[in-house]
Design a binder for this molecule. Structure first.
Ligand code: ADP
Ligand code: MG
Length: 490
């Protein structure tokens, strides 16, 4: 079971080391314009109860009609998770009462989900990865939302979310630390975003995790798990795992036992607390929904979706390394978001890949970070960055001036070559002009010239003076060469 019983994951306790075991159930809202069984629109921030069809409001006699786009998205996600696609699956009613669930049941998939076992390669660092098994993926409806804070005596119900399609993606209990759980969610989210099957927006609740945690002594059988419901940020998932592992270890070391239960994460306190015990858990009385036929499609349908799948992050990373000579580190940063990799490739086409990566990651991303923008909001286009790189390559500007030029392009826009021309930023390669500046610097510093003869590292000081005197425009290579000759340094 323990493919990677890593000593660095062990948690020291009073009775020896412990290992935490984690399995995640991710609820990912399907990227689709309409709901799973109705034509009502899906959207965040619309006025309350403005996106509710008669089906979503569970009016008597309404019939659900499956939205084919949601089915396609679930299959495409399954393919991206290298999972078994089930050509026949069944929608079941999961019966329970909740004020924001007017049907009195949720349509979900129980014994026959649309997607079976698969796997995700999870990156711990640019060169280290491990595999998390996927147990299943099924389609289900989301519930509405109860609003308790707008009246002292009343609760309100907003059914906009009611009936929205969710993919529940259930992992195997294959993670062994908070970092591994965080890395898994990060990677899964990236894959979903590449596929365009879920926008991964955790702040809007479009991707949320039920975090199952147990502890054991290394080598022992799995312990009893607790399930922490609806954790909605990657950082909170890490905090919930760490807190919960400590709590369980404390109970067992004090001679107690873990009761299987559902818990909530309190982000303010960084703690988990009990919500309901498994004994109180509902009997959902699942049964196949008589209003819906089993969902069936053939292999040709799946093959066609597979053929049109985009290049996914792992394949893209390998290709960027092979095609552009990038380091695994640079490649792993660029593939985190598809838009970043696309941007990079637009710059790198026909140019030096490493230099392009360096400009995109260090200069552009660094600068965008400062502004709190992501690459899609970049004021600088790939063509503009490419233009700056071309000017360096042609020897028209030095690396230092290129950074100044980048700042101008970032804040003011414009064509890099035209800016260099208009502002006289061209590098001086005319040796006559450079020599003149060098002669002036040497004449002004006779004492330093004497020192340099004995101490050749003084050359750097001279180079600095000459660059300064030339306004940063002298070609540094030429300055070095001419200075060495004039100072008589080898
Ligand atoms: P349920 O429907 O009761 O939540 P599931 O079979 O769907 O049960 O499993 C839920 C999750 O719990 C899965 O992600 C699985 O990997 C995880 N899990 C199962 N056993 C353990 C365990 N001992 N420790 C931690 N996680 C576990
Ligand atoms: Mg569960």
């Amino acid at each position: 079971m323990t493919a990677h019983a890593n000593p660095k994951n062990l948690i020291p306790g009073a009775t020896g080391d412990w290992e935490v075991v984690i399995g995640l159930e991710i609820h990912a809202q399907v990227a689709s314009n309409a709901k799973l069984f109705s034509g009502a629109a899906v959207g965040f921030g619309a006025p309350e109860n403005s996106q509710v069809s008669l089906v979503d409001a569970a009016m008597p006699g309404m019939l659900p009609v499956i939205n084919e786009e949601c089915v396609r998205q679930a299959i495409r996600t399954g393919l991206g998770l290298k999972a078994k696609i089930n050509y026949r699956s069944v929608f079941d009613r999961k019966n329970y009462f909740y004020p924001d669930l007017p049907q009195g049941y949720q349509i979900s998939q129980y014994k026959s989900p649309i997607v079976g076992e698969g796997e995700v390669t999870v990156d711990l660092s640019p060169t280290e990865s491990f595999t998390v098994g996927i147990e299943r993926l099924h389609l289900e409806q989301d519930a509405g939302k109860s609003i308790h804070d707008q009246s002292p005596t009343l609760s309100y119900i907003d059914l906009n979310r009611s009936g929205t399609a969710l993919m529940e993606i259930v992992s195997k209990p294959d993670m062994r630390s908070a970092d591994e759980a965080k890395a898994y969610v990060t990677k899964l989210r990236t894959i979903l975003r590449y596929l365009g099957t879920c926008d991964g927006d955790m702040e809007k609740g479009n991707l949320r995790a039920d975090v199952n945690v147990s502890v054991r002594k290394p080598g022992d059988a799995f312990g009893t798990r607790c399930e922490i419901k609806n954790v909605n940020s990657i950082r909170f998932i890490g905090q919930a795992v760490d807190y919960e592992a400590r709590r369980q270890i404390g109970i067992i070391e004090d001679g107690g036992t873990i009761a299987q239960e559902t818990r909530l994460f309190d982000a303010g306190k960084g703690e988990t607390r009990s919500m309901r015990s498994k004994e109180e858990a509902h009997d959902y009385r699942y049964f196949p929904d008589p209003d819906l036929l089993p969902l069936e499609f053939d292999q040709a349908y799946v093959d066609d979706l597979a053929k049109h799948l985009p290049e996914l992050p792992d394949a893209k990373k390998a290709r960027l390394i092979a095609q552009y000579g990038l380091t695994p580190y640079d490649a792993s940063i660029l593939v985190l978001e598809k838009e970043s990799a696309d941007y990079f490739e637009a710059v790198a086409r026909g140019r030096d890949g490493k230099q392009a990566a360096n400009w995109v990651i260090n200069e552009l991303f660094g600068r965008l970070n400062k502004e709190g923008h992501d690459v899609t909001a970049s004021p600088v286009t790939p063509a503009q960055i490419g233009g700056i790189i071309d000017l360096i390559q042609a020897g028209t500007i030095s690396g230092k001036l290129a950074k100044d030029l980048f700042e101008i392009v970032f804040t003011e826009g414009g064509d890099p070559a035209a800016i260099v021309e208009a502002r006289g930023m061209k590098q001086v390669t005319d040796t006559g002009a450079i020599e003149k500046v060098i002669d002036e610097v040497i004449a002004a510093n006779p004492d330093k010239v004497e020192q340099a003869k004995a101490k050749p590292t003084m050359l750097g000081w001279f180079v600095g003076q000459v660059m300064k005197a030339s306004g940063g425009k002298a070609n540094p290579g030429a300055v070095n060469e001419i200075l060495k000759t004039k100072l008589g340094i080898e």
